[in-house]
Design a binder for this molecule. Structure first.
Ligand code: ADP
Length: 613
């Protein structure tokens, strides 16, 4: 199931990526071509302005020459006295000179009949002199008094040229026409240079869409649109193209001069396949031409794949980065969720542990209390005796006092009452000690004097020691030794150990209990009895809970609880057997504080302790 969902996810991601890639490719294709078209169109426009300015400038330069020449009397004289060979020869030389200076192709003078009477090329094989130019439109325009402008292939020279003509006046009569023919190839070369700087081509068409000037030779004298047969006859009759055949240029779609849009796309056959161009056109009204700039689309198409690959790579990188970010975010969220869950579980577990720890502590306190009460229970007979003894004495002293009062022997009464008070104090001290010992301790740690603790424990155990007739030997430490811990719990340990010692000695004839306090790096309390000792196999077992050999009275908890109490005070409790018999329990505790024993304490302890034997 999980694998299916994962596979589905991968499928969705792949579809998403592919769809994105397709959109990117389409958008890049559209944007790049659009941008390419716009830029190319803009550049074409600039080139167009430059080219048209250049052409205008060139035409203007030449069209003033015939006007200027017409003012020269040499021309007029030649036309008036054309029979004089000297004047014609003089004019021939003059025209030849002017032709050299102006770098034009030919300059020639035509009479009113349209026949050239003088020419700069008078020496050439193809000299115009005597030739009839009456059919040329430039002649017809000039003879009617206008400036003539014309483009044609020379009938004699077979060279393409521009013709500029102007009438020669004598008073108000027109005597003839002066014509300047300009070489077209130079203008064509320079025009090619202008548009070629940007890798463009150009073509200049006449009103019949015939290309007569172009940067591509193959286009020359080809028409952009089909020519009607009747129109073809007219063109042939004008000999404008010197009877050359005008073929239709292979262009797709069909060229339409009426299209008004500034830019059009055409594919023109180049010999090695069609080439796509953006065509910009501009009419030159003065000359009656149309200038076409052809910007090839191949540079745009050439760099298109690289641009598309680049954009695809960028898209894929961005998409992968996006996916990676998305997956990272998802996994961060997953980790965050897992962490939150874990934290919640840890919190719940900690709470449960704290609760169970609390319960354990309470149970442990209960157990400690139970074990303590068990010891007290085992000592109850002797405690009972310890309390009953002063009570009986108090009663006896009270009865005796009553008798003395009845006999009016009041002088002894005061002594009896003092004794009763001191017995009551003793009772209060014993009960107070028991009360303090049996109260349920919560582990109230504080600095505890070890000698004082032994002394308090003996208050509890002393009646049983006396009852069992045990010789007690105490060997104190010479300095005040304080440990850190709960005073009542430490007493419980001492009472438990001494109580166990008393039980262990119950069948012995000679009973001796020795309590020794010493110190080195730690404080050591040794409790040694003269009993049977602990069997070697039971040395560790006796500290285990519920291990007891005292089935009648024992719970088997005393030593395990004692070890726990001592260990909670950072100490340890061990057992060994003395070589003369009997067990030795050793409690070792860290020293909290030590000082010189005070004189009062020395006195008190002198009462309490005997020198060890
Ligand atoms: P209980 O006193 O209820 O038996 P304890 O844990 O205090 O429980 O003692 C466990 C056992 O250790 C005793 O039953 C006894 O067999 C052994 N033991 C304790 N103290 C002495 C001792 N001083 N001499 C010999 N055996 C002892």
């Amino acid at each position: 199931m999980a694998i299916t969902i994962k596979t589905k996810n991968y499928l969705y991601i792949s579809i998403f990526l592919l769809a994105g890639l397709a959109v990117t490719l389409k958008a890049t294709h559209w944007f790049y071509l659009n941008e390419g078209y716009t830029q190319t169109a803009q550049q074409s426009k600039q080139q167009m302005t430059e080219l048209v300015n250049f052409l205008d400038g060139s035409l203007s330069r030449y069209e003033s020459i015939p006007h200027l020449l017409s003012t020269n009397p040499l021309l007029k004289n030649a036309l008036i006295s054309r029979q004089k060979p000297d004047s014609i020869q003089a004019l021939n030389l003059y025209l030849e000179q002017i032709q050299h200076i102006t770098e034009s192709l030919d300059i020639y003078l035509i009479d009113t009949a349209g026949v050239a009477i003088s020419a700069s090329n008078w020496q050439e094989r193809y000299s115009f002199i005597g030739k009839d130019f009456s059919y040329r439109p430039y002649f017809q325009e000039a003879i009617s008094g206008k400036l003539g402008r014309y483009y044609a292939v020379g009938a004699s020279s077979d060279k393409r040229g521009f013709y500029f003509s102007y009438p020669i006046y004598h008073e108000s009569d027109i005597l003839g026409v002066i014509v300047v023919k300009v070489d077209i190839t130079d203008i064509e070369r320079q025009s090619s240079g202008i548009v070629g700087a940007r890798g463009f081509e150009f073509a200049i068409t006449d009103p019949d869409d015939i290309i007569f000037l172009s940067s591509i030779d193959n286009w020359l004298l080809h028409s952009l649109s089909p020519i009607e047969p009747s129109r073809q006859h007219e063109i042939d009759a004008s000999k404008r193209y010197a009877n050359r055949t005008i073929d239709l240029l292979s262009i797709e779609p069909t060229f339409d001069r009426r299209v008004t849009s500034e830019q059009n796309n055409y594919a023109i056959e180049s010999g090695s396949g069609p080439i796509e161009y953006i065509e910009s056109r501009k009419p030159m009204a003065r000359a009656g031409w149309t200038v076409h700039i052809m910007a090839p689309l191949s540079p745009i198409y050439h760099s298109l794949p690289a641009f598309m690959i680049f954009n695809s790579c960028i898209y894929l990188l961005l998409a992968l980065a996006g996916l990676f970010g998305y997956e990272k975010r998802k996994s961060t969220l997953r980790i965050q969720q897992a962490n939150d869950q874990l934290e919640q579980r840890v919190q719940a577990r900690t709470q449960a542990l704290e609760a169970s720890n609390q319960k354990l502590n309470e149970t442990q306190d209960e157990l400690i209390q139970a074990a303590k009460l068990t010891v007290i229970g085992s000592l109850s007979a002797s405690i009972n005796h310890e309390i009953n003894q002063p009570l009986a004495a108090i009663r006896s002293y009270a009865q005796n006092t009553q008798t003395l009062v009845k006999r009016n022997q009041l002088e002894h009464v005061s002594g009896n009452i003092d004794t009763i008070i001191s017995l009551t104090d003793r009772l209060a001290a014993i009960v107070g000690q028991f009360k303090s010992f049996t109260r349920k301790s919560q582990g109230d740690d504080r600095a505890t004097d070890i000698s004082q603790c032994i002394s308090d424990s003996l208050t509890i155990i002393q009646p049983e020691i006396d009852k069992q007739g045990i010789e007690l030997i105490l060997s104190p430490c010479k300095v005040v030794c304080e440990v850190w811990g709960d005073n009542v719990r430490l007493q419980q340990v001492l009472v438990n150990l001494m109580s166990n010692a008393i039980v262990a000695m119950r069948h012995c004839i000679y009973k001796k209990l020795t309590v020794t306090v010493s110190k080195d790096t730690m404080i050591h309390v040794l409790i040694q009895d003269s009993g049977s000792g602990v069997q070697e196999s039971q040395m560790e077992k006796i500290f285990e809970p519920y291990f007891t050999t005292n089935e009648r009275q024992g719970l088997g908890l005393g030593l395990s609880i004692s070890r726990r109490i001592i260990e909670s005070m950072q100490g340890k409790i061990t057992v060994s057997n003395a070589c003369q018999g009997g067990a030795i329990f050793k409690i070792s505790l860290p020293i909290h504080h030590q000082g010189k024993i005070s004189e009062d304490l020395c006195h008190q302890q002198g009462e309490l302790y005997d020198e060890p034997q």
